[in-house]
Ligand binder design. Structure first.
Ligand SMILES: Cc1cc2nc3c(=O)[nH]c(=O)nc-3n(C[C@H](O)[C@H](O)[C@H](O)COP(=O)(O)O)c2cc1C
Length: 339
């Protein structure tokens, strides 16, 4: 019954063993921004247990405004690059593929160390000048070059959940009147510049969402037509795959159609799409029928799992071997374990 989840697929030139993706999850295990051997073991364990594509935790681009966090990994030359080389080598040796999620926190950066957050229009920090926009675009480009050298198979641009790129997409935080604000298409101009700066190095996945960490009801697009304006700009800039972040994958993105957000991204752009959001948190995989129907209908191509993989590194193998009864249901405490 789950064979469609386990069938090989080629997406954006990437040959994947199956449709399963590990969703990006921040774990705070990289002191000084450098991933350790434990980080390599953690990702290798998911790859050798049947996750076709891993997306790393959010990884900071090399600019001081990206984040105040010291144990979130960075994508910078030197020690971090060498650490990532160990990670990609371990995943590849296990037969897996791995993308890195490139991240700038925007207004969510704490000024704890005296550095002010950068934002589109001053909501929660300093309003970026066009020169500062160029600096951050260049930082993403440099991070993609480091990722390519470190052996990654793809990059994922984090344009979701209310961080910097999403703050440009969201009208509540983008009040600019220059080329980077106004219509949905113009709000997408900065994320599009970032995509242009990273493309050519590696296939580009773009993660976006309607909801924000601080506002679950927020929306970047109030209709499919508005979403089309945004995603067309991003696709034209070079987005190869869209990763549509929802809290519950089965929820329709807009009234009048059962399509979820990934389904709309695929429908509007023709690009492959990844769905995510409470795909399973328990051993019984509720809504498996809905999940498989979406794959069969071409609503999305890949399925990402987050929290269930924290306590179950071998989830992919348990699925493959028909042993889901052995899955440990997700509990909040799994966010504190690292294995
Ligand atoms: C501990 C934790 C850390 C997360 N960190 C990130 C992150 O760095 N980047 C991101 O885009 N999403 C992040 N997310 C969201 C997940 O990628 C995923 O979309 C979410 O957990 C929903 O999937 P799930 O219901 O299968 O857990 C995180 C989620 C959790 C639980």
């Amino acid at each position: 019954m789950t064979s469609s989840l386990l069938s090989p697929v080629s997406v954006a030139g990437l040959k994947l063993a199956n449709r399963l993706v590990m969703a990006p999850m921040t774990r705070f295990r990289s002191p000084g921004g450098v991933p350790t051997a434990a980080v390599a073991d953690y990702y290798r364990r998911r790859a050798e247990n049947g996750i076709g594509l891993i997306v790393t935790e959010g990884t900071l681009v090399g600019h001081p405004t990206a984040s105040h966090e010291t144990t979130v990994p960075r994508m910078t030359a030197g020690a971090a690059e060498a650490g990532w080389q160990q990670v990609t080598g371990a995943v590849h040796a296990a037969g897996g593929r791995i993308a890195t999620q490139l991240w700038h926190l925007g207004s969510e950066r704490s000024p704890v160390d005296g550095i002010e957050a950068w934002t589109p229009s001053g909501v929660g920090g300093h309003p970026m000048t066009t020169a500062e926009i160029d600096v951050i675009v260049a930082a993403f480009g440099e991070a993609a070059r480091v990722a390519a050298r470190a052996g990654f198979d793809a990059v994922e641009i984090h344009a979701a959940h209310g961080y910097l790129l999403d703050e440009f997409l969201w009208p509540s935080t983008n009040h600019r009147t220059d080329a980077f604000g106004g219509s949905p298409a113009r709000r997408a101009a900065f994320p599009a510049e970032v995509i242009r700066a990273v493309r050519g190095e590696l296939p580009v996945i773009v993660r976006f969402s309607q909801f924000k960490e601080r506002d679950y009801d927020a929306r970047i697009a109030s209709s499919p037509a508005e979403l089309e304006q945004i995603l067309t700009v991003l696709a034209d800039a070079g987005a190869d795959v869209f990763h549509a972040s929802q809290r519950r994958f089965w929820e329709p993105a807009f009234p009048g159609s059962p399509l979820n957000l990934a389904g709309w991204a695929r429908e509007l752009t023709g690009r492959p799409a990844i769905t995510v959001g409470s795909v399973t948190l328990t051993r019984d995989v509720p809504r498996l029928d809905r999940l498989l129907a979406g794959l069969a209908d071409g609503e999305y191509d890949l399925v990402a799992l987050g929290r269930i993989l924290l306590g179950n590194p071998a989830w992919g193998r348990l699925l493959t071997e028909g042993r889901l009864s052995e899955v440990r249901d997700f509990e909040k405490s799994h966010e504190d374990v690292y294995h």
